[in-house]
Design a protein. Structure first.
Length: 212
């Protein structure tokens, strides 16, 4: 495999996995980690190995090993794994997290749930999409959406949008960065925009809480 110069040491390590485990296991590991990052909350403990660096590096590996790694399979697989992970996180929050809290409601829990429900009605859709690009946000926000009983169809569409932009988008960015240097700069611009949107979402959360 040709050497890949990429600034992130985490991504470099992930790229190195391919030489050790081969193409089939690489598919399995990437899809499994993307799913487990949110579906099993593993991303709360190892956010970078289950997040942006992983899917970006998967694209790099697909570009460098096009004869054995199919970029279409990788992109679709990462997108599906990302979507399923958030779906599971939402389901766990709604069917297990909410009943657990309802049985143990103190005044502060009732207040927190009420504020959370109002927030997800107002800004839930956008929060799900933006959280995809925030290491711990992508783990916590889907479960909180379930606990807050966010409308399922709104969550479904937001989750699908986030999975396409984050999972499919970053994988393709890694793929094209391998052969088109300027794509890397574009990724940095996109990241800056995402960070700005995250700040805006945080301000909206603060304002929403103050209004309750």
């Amino acid at each position: 495999m040709p050497p890949i110069n990429f600034q992130s040491s985490v991504s470099d390590d992930i790229v190195g996995w391919f030489d050790v485990i081969g193409p089939l296991l690489f598919y399995t590991v990437v899809f499994g980690l993307v799913f487990a990052g949110t579906g099993l909350f593993i991303g709360a403990f190892i956010p970078f190995i289950t997040g942006d660096s992983l899917v970006f590096a998967a694209g790099l590996v697909a570009a460098a090993n096009a004869d054995v790694i199919n970029i279409y399979v990788m992109v679709i697989g990462v997108g599906i794994a990302a979507w399923l992970g958030d779906q599971v996180g939402y389901a766990l929050g709604r069917h297990y997290g909410r009943p657990y809290l309802d049985k143990r409601q103190g005044n502060w829990i009732k207040t927190a749930i009420t504020k959370s429900e109002i927030y997800y009605v107002r800004y839930g859709w956008w929060s799900i999409v933006v959280a995809r690009f925030v290491p711990w946000g992508r783990v916590i926000i889907p479960a909180l959406a379930g606990i807050s009983k966010m409308n399922y169809y709104k969550f479904f569409s937001a989750n699908l949008t986030g999975a396409l932009l984050w999972g499919c988008g970053l994988t393709l960015a890694g793929y094209f960065t391998y052969s088109i240097p300027w794509v890397r700069s574009t990724v940095y611009v996109i990241a800056a925009v995402v960070i700005l949107l995250s700040v805006i979402a945080g301000v909206r959360t603060w304002r929403a809480n103050r209004e309750v």
